[in-house]
Ligand binder design. Structure first.
Ligand code: FES
Length: 149
């Protein structure tokens, strides 16, 4: 029996928000590049950060992956725009999966989105070492190492 995807997934999949890239040579742009070992899908996320407020002012993604991964990244871009880096670093994949009503077998697709935002935040902190980093950035560093391995 074929499982029907929730309309929210289909909506984000057929009309993905904020697809594209930002200029990563810009010091205020952080890049996250992560992969899902389970299926080989890849997500790239760019965030532009206001240096004074640490608020994410712009965000773009490109995902080479399944419909749930594309929907998860599209929803993530809507979620993080306007958040501070600290707030965005606390996003859990379960929030994304719940919003999109992802089935258990597609949970790792939302994990890709959580990894991508943490990786982008960590990259921003690396490019801006004067910014006070938090413990959450340490988590992102571990994730990035794991993704690269
Ligand atoms: Fe792997 Fe969706 S099946 S990211």
């Amino acid at each position: 029996q074929r499982r029907n995807y929730h309309e929210k997934v289909l909506d984000h999949y057929s009309r993905p928000r904020n697809v594209g890239t930002l200029d990563k040579s810009d010091v205020s742009v952080g890049e996250g590049l992560v992969g899902a070992p389970a299926c080989g899908d890849v997500m790239r996320l760019h965030i532009k950060v206001d240096p004074d407020t640490q608020v994410i002012s712009d965000v773009r993604f490109k995902t080479f992956g399944c419909g749930s991964a594309i929907a998860s990244s599209s929803y993530l871009t809507e979620l993080v725009r306007g958040m501070t880096l600290e707030q965005a670093a606390r996003i859990k994949n379960t929030e994304i999966a719940k919003e999109l009503c992802l089935p258990p077998v597609k949970l790792h697709c939302s994990m890709l989105a959580e990894d991508a935002i943490k990786s982008a935040i960590n990259n921003y902190y690396k490019k801006n070492p004067s910014v006070k980093t938090t413990n959450l950035a340490g988590t992102a560093a571990k994730l990035e190492t794991a993704a690269a391995a």
